[in-house]
Design a protein around this ligand. Structure first.
Ligand SMILES: Cc1ncc(COP(=O)(O)O)c(C=O)c1O
Length: 407
């Protein structure tokens, strides 16, 4: 059976979305230009160059069924549509769908499954994704299994079987920064009849475009780099497979976990500076990694940009740069907790991808829900989201926090 067939007549052809040709000509205009213009024509009513926040739940109809393309804001809203068009274009997708959170997007993806279906995921998926599968879906008969990142290459084909409906990847993974060869994994999954979902939150489309590597569906927590300013929670799905697009349009409207117009507007604004932000995020991360490497208080640095990282060659091939998420192991859990509480420029907080640098302890914070899993996050792990402050200040802040651990 095709992984894209849902049987019955539950499609909603009237919700099918195709982007205007102009937004899709990826070679025609560059990423930076599409980030600012795709889906964002000046407002036809006023000429406003910025897409307005269409704070309306409903739209007037001239006669029954005669309207200007919008009926009701759950089904479609012009601000949300601008974001969906723009971000789909950046991902090299033909259709995009904006949601109220990354988890709302993830939960909508799981509506593509039926009880009994098997999902295989990389073992250190985001803790919330792990929790969704193990505590909400598994008790209803969905089967969820994991594969360690460093075993994907050697064991993936053997771990896929006829009942595997979905392969769920993150690359780089959260929080261990593992790297998966997306193109090879997609090939193996497709051969086994499974669809491939890639959570591209850590990389963003500026650094990596999973659909071009063969994935079927890309997921984002737009809360992170895409919004970029830690002021909005949102999610996104993108695809270039017509059957999936049709089904997701139906599910987005039917399940209804949509992004509101103001939230959509904030993410759309974030996208305009994504390229310049990502370039600086990556440059700052390199300086932070340089400090951590060889520091006596640091046992191991996890960053795909390091030549000795097991996924370095793959990351260098499938990513434009190595991102700005950096994890490291301190000498002990107690040391990790102390370091996380010591920094002054890095703020101790969950989340990532904003202009401000954050530090956290995944074992007790973002990934606490994996504590009882077969692959709990190591207690000595510290995760950094390297922001856009001066790299000199970031490095001295970490230096000061680590110095206490060497005394
Ligand atoms: C990789 C990844 N995917 C998904 C999510 C969930 O997104 P949200 O918090 O917007 O629901 C997160 C949140 O931290 C994440 O880090």
């Amino acid at each position: 059976m095709s992984p894209f067939s849902w049987g019955g007549d539950r499609r909603a052809p009237h919700l099918e979305r195709s982007l205007p040709e102009s937004a899709l000509r990826i070679g025609a205009v560059d990423f930076e230009t599409r980030a600012i213009h795709a889906g964002q024509e000046p407002d036809p009513a006023t000429g406003a160059v910025t897409v307005p926040i269409y704070a309306t739940s409903t739209f007037r109809q001239h006669a029954v069924g005669e309207h200007q393309g919008y009926e009701y804001s759950r089904t479609g809203n012009p601000t949300r549509r601008a974001l969906e068009t723009c971000l789909a274009s950046l991902e090299g997708a033909t259709s995009g769908f904006a949601f109220a959170s990354g988890m709302a997007a993830a939960a909508t993806v799981t509506e593509l499954l039926d009880p009994g279906d098997r999902v295989l995921a990389v073992s250190d998926v985001y803790g919330g994704t792990y929790r969704l599968f193990t505590t909400v879906l598994a008790p209803k008969g969905y089967r969820f299994q994991t594969i360690e990142c460093d075993r994907v290459e050697s064991e993936l084909t053997d771990r896929l079987d006829g009942s595997t409906r979905m392969l769920w990847l993150e690359s780089p993974t959260n929080p261990l920064l593992g790297v998966v060869d997306i193109a090879r994994a997609a090939e193996a999954a497709h051969a086994a009849g499974a669809m491939v979902v890639v959570d591209n939150t850590f990389a963003t489309p500026y650094l990596q475009r999973p659909l071009e590597l063969g994935a079927d569906l890309v997921l984002h927590s737009t809360t992170k780099y895409l919004g970029g300013h830690s002021d909005v929670v949102g999610g996104f799905l993108a695809t270039r497979t017509p059957e999936l697009a049709e089904r997701l349009a139906f599910l987005q409207n039917t399940v209804g976990a949509v992004a509101g117009p103001f939230d959509a507007w904030l993410v759309l604004r974030g996208l305009k500076t994504l390229a310049v932000r990502m370039r600086q995020h990556c440059a700052n991360a390199r300086e932070v990694v340089e400090l951590l490497q060889g520091h006596p208080a640091v046992e191991q640095v996890l960053y795909p940009g390091l030549a000795d990282h097991p996924g370095h060659a793959i990351a260098a091939r499938q990513m434009a740069d190595f991102g700005a998420m950096v994890s490291f192991r301190a000498r002990s859990e107690a040391a990790a907790l102390r370091i996380a509480a010591q920094t002054r420029v890095f703020t101790l907080a969950e989340s990532l991808g904003g202009v401000e640098s954050l530090i956290e302890h995944p074992g007790r914070m973002t990934h606490a829900s994996t504590a009882d899993s077969p692959h709990p996050v190591p207690g000595s792990l510290v995760r950094l989201s390297v922001g856009l402050e001066s790299s000199r200040d970031l490095v001295s802040d970490l230096e000061a926090a680590l110095a206490d651990e060497t005394r």
